[in-house]
Ligand binder design. Structure first.
Ligand SMILES: [Zn+2]
Ligand SMILES: [Zn+2]
Length: 201
């Protein structure tokens, strides 16, 4: 059995997906997990400057990955991708289009936001945008220019009823929107869970 390239859990092809490096590096949720795994290393190296070396090193390593990513069912909630196509690549052992390394500059903002979430400070070697808003579901800061989604009251009620969403939004619906603002991490998780529930039927 192969191991998931994100969490290292053993996983079968029939329950896995093949993703491109680009899809992986654009996921803030993926970076959060990787930085949590690296917490011990960051502590051991000590000092903010050396921690930044770890930060940049990890980004370079991940973004530089020439081969596609083998991802388990659980980790699939971290990414936005075409599930049917990615499953076919896993079953056939084929390589998706646009695989290969990406420019670290493409993903550094997502990684920096994840670093801030895990270690409590924005990495000093990355320019920090202004905060524009907050996710109504997880309280994550939404930086200017960051993609967010609007979710209607009905959709949230449906997600709560089906178990796609574990807990209600942190605040009442915004009157101006007739619903809530969700960050990309929460949105991808909800959409993926809803799709997974549909696949299981
Ligand atoms: Zn995994
Ligand atoms: Zn959120």
């Amino acid at each position: 059995m192969r191991k998931c390239d994100s969490c290292n859990a053993p996983t079968e092809r029939a329950h896995s997906y093949i993703l491109t490096t680009e899809i992986v590096v654009l996921s803030e949720a993926y970076w959060r997990d990787q930085f949590r795994f690296a917490t011990d290393i960051v502590r051991q190296v000590g000092g903010a400057e050396r921690a930044l070396t770890v930060f940049s090193g990890l980004i370079g390593q991940v973004a530089g990955s020439a081969t596609p990513w083998f991802i388990c069912e659980d980790c699939s909630e971290l990414f936005a991708f075409d599930r049917a196509a990615a499953r076919q690549h896993a079953l056939r052992g084929t390589v998706p289009e646009h695989s290969g390394p990406v420019d670290p500059g493409e993903c550094v903002q997502f990684a920096a936001a994840a670093w801030e979430h895990v270690f409590g400070r924005w990495p000093a070697n990355v320019q920090q945008p202004a905060v524009g808003d907050t996710c109504d579901l997880c309280a994550k800061k939404l930086y200017r220019g960051e993609i967010a989604a609007q979710i209607e009251v009905m959709a949230i009620e449906r997600y709560l009823a089906s178990g796609v969403l574990d807990s209600p939004p942190l605040c009442p619906p915004r009157e101006s929107l007739g619903g809530w603002v969700s960050c990309k991490i929460c949105m991808i998780r909800m959409v993926t869970r809803a799709e997974r529930a549909g696949e299981g039927r």
